[in-house]
Design a protein around this ligand. Structure first.
Ligand code: PLP
Length: 394
């Protein structure tokens, strides 16, 4: 059987490999504390689950959904954007529910990238931006996110012949994996740049509701003129602890939303309606779960940063997102260090290089670890230096 070339060269998704290694160790009876995956451990709030139970009883929800999503859901998303960001959206043309935001992020390239076209992709970055581009026959052009620039990309220096072929610019704030945030001034600059070069901006913003110390991350669509050139991907996964239910949305520029809707209507049959009802309950119901969850993550963030600093790792204390991005100690690369933590103290973290070359020299700790495991993991990390190998690799 001949597998298509576009799949042949594809490596398994980053977390599939990490989870496999963890499962092998656990099968041998080793205790592994997993800081690697960003998947909220706190359950979906009860009122959202209740809406699912009710919706499951309604035969109308047993049939094919419409790929454009329930009108009530599109309306609820538009109202939430108005309340949260003061952004006005037309629910008919500027809102599209997705089967989790990863689905839309992967598919948007097929709507805008022809073979040979370019997408500007952050490095380090969520791997799907580059993979989607490659699946469409395009080429990712990597923009380094450097610590000295606050992990924001610098567009100066991109050559004209690259810009001529560029169709999409990917940005993501609050950022995975660095935990960096961007202000409206940056989004304004992005809109100006995209207008000048006729590029679609895809802002991936699943972490805008996961923030600390009173900080409120902005939406790209708050920048003047953003809807002329941009769309924003958002998700129920992290805001309402709904990763398992697979529901997200794309909002913004009507042409881009329309193209994605046309594509999706041809290859999927929408989101199960009972799950769309959960999303409506999430947006229209009480929002107190958001600050409650953020208080838990903030406490964990502080504990993790304290322990990592104590053992000599340099960390950026994040204002938002679910991640602490820590520099590996001298003499290690990110895979060496992640492997050493896993093999010597049973702590799993994500090596930064898994997010691209620009992630080399860092590892990522996720805050979505239950408190009992967190305490064990932090105690193991506190003792890491005592278990350290004697000869440090160069
Ligand atoms: N974008 C980023 C930056 C993410 O970190 C994730 C998930 O971890 C997603 C998108 C996908 O989220 P969803 O569960 O909505 O597919």
């Amino acid at each position: 059987m001949k597998i298509a070339r576009r799949i042949e060269g594809l490596q398994p998704y980053l977390f599939v490999e990490i989870n496999k290694k963890i499962a092998e160790k656990r099968a041998k009876g080793e205790e592994i504390i997993n800081f690697a995956v960003g998947d909220p451990d706190i359950p979906t709030p009860p009122h959202i689950i209740e809406s699912l139970c009710q919706a499951a009883q309604d035969p109308a929800n047993h049939r094919y959904p419409e790929s454009a999503g329930l009108p009530e859901l599109r309306q609820a998303i538009a109202e939430w954007y108005k309340k949260r960001f003061d952004v006005t959206l037309d629910p008919a043309t500027e809102v599209l529910p997705l089967i989790g935001s990863k689905e839309g992020i992967g598919h948007i390239a097929l709507c805008f990238i022809d073979p040979g076209d370019v997408a500007l992709v952050p490095d380090p970055g969520y791997p799907v931006y580059a993979l989607g581009t490659q699946m469409a026959g395009g080429r990712p052009y990597y923009l380094s996110l450097k610590e000295e620039n606050g992990f924001l990309p610098d567009f100066r220096g991109i050559k004209d012949f690259i810009l001529d072929k560029t169709r999409i610019l990917w940005i993501n704030y609050p950022n995975n994996p660095t935990g960096a945030v961007a202000g409206l001034d940056f989004f304004k600059l992005v809109v100006e740049f995209a207008k000048k070069h006729d590029i679609l901006v895809c802002h991936d913003g699943p972490y805008t509701e996961v923030s600390y110390d009173g900080y409120q991350p902005p939406s790209l669509l708050q920048a003047e003129g953003a809807k002329d050139v941009g769309i924003e991907f958002h998700s129920f996964s992290k805001s309402y602890n709904m990763t398992g239910w697979r529901i997200g949305m794309a909002v913004g520029n009507a042409v881009a939303i329309g193209a994605l809707k046309t594509f999706k209507s041809n290859i999927d049959s929408g989101i199960p309606q009972a799950i769309q009802r959960m999303a409506i309950a999430a947006l229209n119901g009480p929002q107190s779960c958001i600050p409650e969850h953020n208080a838990v993550y903030q406490r964990r963030r502080d504990l993790i940063c304290e322990v990592l600093t104590n053992i000599g790792l340099q960390v950026n204390v994040p204002k938002a997102s679910l991640y602490v991005w820590a520099k590996v100690p001298e003499g290690y690369n990110s895979v060496d260090f992640a492997t050493e933590l896993l093999d010597q103290i049973g702590v799993a973290v994500t090596p930064g290089v898994g997010y691209g070359r620009g992630g080399e020299g860092y590892v990522r700790f996720s805050l979505t670890i239950p408190d009992v495991s967190l305490v064990k993991g932090l105690s193991k990390l506190s003792g890491w230096r005592n278990t350290r190998r004697l000869v440090v690799k160069k």
